[in-house]
Design a protein. Structure first.
Length: 426
C-alpha cells in the first residue's frame, strides 16, 4: 500500500517535471507505436486449433458429437501422435499460405498477429500435443517480409491453461499459476521465442512478442500476473529490443498503466498493451441496439486513447451474435437463440450458424457495416495504435472472417471507405 502510494506520487511528480515523458518509452525503430497505425488480422485457428474456426477438423475424427474432441489437447490425445501429426501437417500447410499473406497486403493490411501454443516449443512430460508449428511460423515470417507485413508472435496457450477457453489448447482448465512446473516452462518458452526472434534477421518483421493471451483476470492471481509480466519483460529484453506486448486480462482500461511504466523505471521501454473487444459474450451485450454497440465501441477508443501505454486492439470482430457454430465451445449452443446458458431468446441463428452470405443485406448489412466502421474509427483514432481483426478466415462463419466480410462488403475496401461517416464524433 505504502509503496504504491509513494510510486503514484512519484509518477505524478515525474509527469509534472518531465519535459517529454513519452519519448522515454521508445528506444528502437522496429515500429513506431506512437505515430503509426497497425491494420491487421489474426492468423487464428492455424498453428493452434479452434473448433469454431475449422469445425471440419473435429468432425473428421468421425462418429457423432460425443466422439469429437473439444480442443487441440484432446484432439491430439485421441488421435495419437502419429495420426495427429499427419493431420496437423496437412492443416498447417494449407489453412494459411503465402497467397493469404499476399491477399492481406492487397486488402490494405500491414500486420498479422500469429497465435501459437507453448507446446510448439516445449512439452510437459505427459503432453499429447505434437510439434512442427515453428517451421510454419518461420515460413510466415518470410511471407510477411515478402509482403511488407509486420508480425507479432502471440503466446496464445501456456502450460496448465490461463483462461479456460478452447483457444488456450485445453478447455475449462485454469491451472497455469498453480504450479512452478507450469510457470517455469512458460519462462523457458519465452526464452526460446525471444532468443530466436530477437535476431536482427527479423528486425524489419517481428515487432512484438506477446507474453500471454487473455489471462483470465477474474480467476487468476493478478499480483502473480504482474510479476509474470515483469519477468517476461526481462526475458525478452535479455535478447534485444523486440516490443513487449502485455494483454489486458479483461481488466478495465488504465489497469496496466503502472505496470512496466517508464516513468517509474526507465529500464522499461517499448511496452504495448493489447486490448480485445467483443460484444457478444453475454446476454446483456447481445441485446444492445446497433446504436448502443456503436457507442460502446466509440467510448473504448476515447478511453484507451488516454491510457499510459501505447495500445492496440489485437482482437475484435464484426459479430453481433454468438451464433457461429461452437463459438462458445464444441457441443455448446448460442446465447442468442437461447441454446446456451438459458438467459432468454434474442433472435434466430439461422443463416449465421451456417454462414449464409445472403443474410448480409438490407438492414442487417447496414448494422454490420455501421458496427465495423465505428470500430475502425475507434481503434484508429489519434492515440490508439491500430487493430487486428479476429480472424483472417473461417470455414463457415462470416461474422468472424475478415476475408468473407470483404466479400459481403461489410469490411470497407479501401479500408478508409466510410458509408456512415463520423459515427464516433471524435
Ligand atoms: C517471396 O516471393 C518470391 C517471389 O514470389 C518467392 O519466390 C519467394 O519464395 C518468397 N519468399 C518467401 C520467404 O516466401
Ligand atoms: C522453478 O524455477 C525456480 C527458479 O529457477 C527454481 O528455483 C524452482 O526449483 C523451479 N521449480 C520447479 C518445480 O521446477
Ligand atoms: C474467468 O474466470 C471466471 C471465474 O472462474 C469465470 O466466471 C469467467 O467466465 C472466466 N472468463 C473470463 C473471460 O473472465
Ligand atoms: C440464405 O438466406 C437467404 C435470405 O435470407 C434465404 O433466402 C436462403 O434460403 C438461405 N439459404 C440457405 C441455404 O439457408
Amino acid at each position: 500500500m505504502k509503496i504504491s502510494t509513494i510510486c503514484s506520487l512519484a509518477v505524478s511528480l515525474l509527469s509534472v517535471v518531465s519535459a517529454a515523458p513519452l519519448q522515454l518509452k521508445k528506444r528502437n525503430s522496429r515500429w513506431d507505436y506512437q505515430n503509426d497505425k497497425l491494420y491487421g488480422v489474426n492468423a487464428g485457428g492455424w498453428l493452434l486449433l479452434e473448433p469454431f474456426i475449422t469445425p471440419s477438423i473435429f468432425t473428421d475424427v468421425g462418429g457423432d458429437e460425443s466422439n469429437w474432441p473439444v480442443d487441440e489437447y484432446h484432439y491430439t490425445k485421441q488421435l495419437g501422435k502419429e495420426e495427429a501429426s499427419e493431420k496437423l501437417q496437412e492443416h498447417w500447410s494449407t489453412w494459411i499460405t503465402e497467397d493469404d499473406f499476399a491477399k492481406m497486403a492487397e486488402y490494405g493490411l500491414n500486420f498479422v498477429r500469429i497465435p501459437i501454443g507453448y507446446w510448439a516449443f516445449e512439452l510437459l512430460d505427459d503432453d499429447p500435443y505434437v510439434q512442427g508449428q515453428v517451421e510454419y511460423l518461420d515460413k510466415a515470417i518470410g511471407w510477411a517480409k515478402n509482403n511488407s507485413l509486420k508480425i507479432w508472435i502471440d503466446l496464445h496457450g501456456v502450460p496448465g491453461g490461463q483462461n479456460g477457453f478452447d483457444n488456450s489448447g485445453i478447455r475449462d482448465q485454469l491451472n497455469w499459476q498453480s504450479s512452478d512446473v507450469y510457470l517455469n516452462l512458460t519462462a523457458k518458452v519465452l526464452n526460446d521465442i525471444a532468443s530466436k526472434y530477437s535476431s536482427s534477421d527479423y528486425d524489419d518483421v517481428v515487432i512484438g512478442i506477446e507474453l500471454v493471451n487473455e489471462p483470465n483476470g477474474s480467476a487468476l492471481d493478478l499480483n502473480k500476473l504482474a510479476e509474470y509480466y515483469n519477468e517476461g519483460y526481462e526475458i525478452v529484453r535479455e535478447y534485444g529490443d523486440v516490443p513487449v506486448i502485455i494483454q489486458d486480462g479483461f481488466r478495465p482500461d488504465h489497469y496496466w498503466d503502472n505496470t512496466l511504466n517508464t516513468e517509474e523505471n526507465p529500464d522499461y521501454w517499448d511496452v504495448v498493451v493489447d486490448h480485445h473487444h467483443y460484444q457478444v459474450f453475454s446476454h446483456d451485450e447481445l441485446t444492445r441496439s446497433i446504436d448502443e454497440h456503436v457507442s460502446v465501441a466509440c467510448g473504448l477508443g476515447t478511453s484507451e486513447g488516454a491510457e499510459y501505454h501505447w495500445n492496440i486492439i489485437g482482437e475484435w470482430s464484426a459479430a453481433l451474435t454468438d451464433c457461429a457454430r461452437w463459438l462458445n465451445g464444441l457441443g455448446r449452443g448460442a446465447r442468442y437463440d437461447n441454446t446456451y446458458q438459458g438467459a432468454g431468446y434474442i433472435g434466430s441463428c439461422d443463416g449465421y450458424y451456417i454462414g449464409n452470405k445472403s443474410v448480409f443485406s438490407g438492414e442487417t448489412w447496414n448494422n454490420y457495416r455501421k458496427f465495423v466502421e465505428a470500430q475502425l474509427d475507434a481503434y484508429e483514432q489519434s492515440k490508439v495504435g491500430g487493430w487486428a481483426f479476429w480472424t483472417w478466415k473461417t470455414e463457415t462463419s462470416i461474422e468472424w472472417s475478415f476475408s468473407k466480410l470483404v466479400e459481403v462488403n461489410v469490411i470497407p475496401q479501401p479500408l478508409s471507405d466510410r458509408q456512415f461517416s463520423n459515427q464516433c464524433g471524435y
